[in-house]
Ligand binder design. Structure first.
Ligand SMILES: [Zn+2]
Length: 76
């Protein structure tokens, strides 16, 4: 899968099947050998990458916050 770029902005997360069910605690702990990775790119040029469950989750939140900050700018 290709990564997002500022020319083709978006969020990409490559995650093992453990991500299918957040509530299934057993799956989270049994698949420690598969590490999710993620990356994002924004139209403004900001990009980010992360490796690891926690890091990817933080990155997704960071991207959401970043998009939200653009939305705020637009209404200013
Ligand atoms: Zn941006």
């Amino acid at each position: 899968m290709k990564k997002p770029t500022p020319d083709d902005p978006g969020l990409h997360v490559s995650a093992p099947p453990i991500y299918r069910s957040h509530n299934d605690g057993a799956r989270w702990s049994t698949q420690t050998d598969t590490t999710p990775t993620g990356s994002y790119a924004c139209r403004c040029g900001q990009t980010g990458e992360a490796t690891g469950r926690r890091q990817v989750a933080d990155m997704v939140k960071q991207y959401e916050d970043h998009k939200a900050s653009h939305a705020k700018d637009r209404h200013r």
